[in-house]
Design a protein around this ligand. Sequence first.
Ligand SMILES: [Zn+2]
Length: 109
Amino acid sequence: MSSTEVSGDGNTELIEVWRGNGELEAQLIRSVLEYNGIECMLKGEALRLIYGITVNGLGEVKILVRAEDAERARKLLAASENMVECPNCGKPIQTEDRVCPSCRARFKK
Ligand SMILES: [Zn+2]
């Protein structure tokens, strides 16, 4: 879960901090990181779906952050106390959410 990847865009080294299946889950992780001021990039087969209609797509998605943010990002992800497992599908969801972004199950806090 912590392999290192270097992007080809020149001077910015990007580190993979998360990997999973499904762009909806990845978007959730991204929102956590961006909320904490960490710019990140999603990469994966299903990337084209991210900005399109919400599709319950599968496919491996990686989240990359700048090398200088990687440690903080990993800590944030490890300590995502505001995320819980969906009782229906087991994917991480934020406690503020009332609807699981992965399976659309509704639940109460
Ligand atoms: Zn779910």
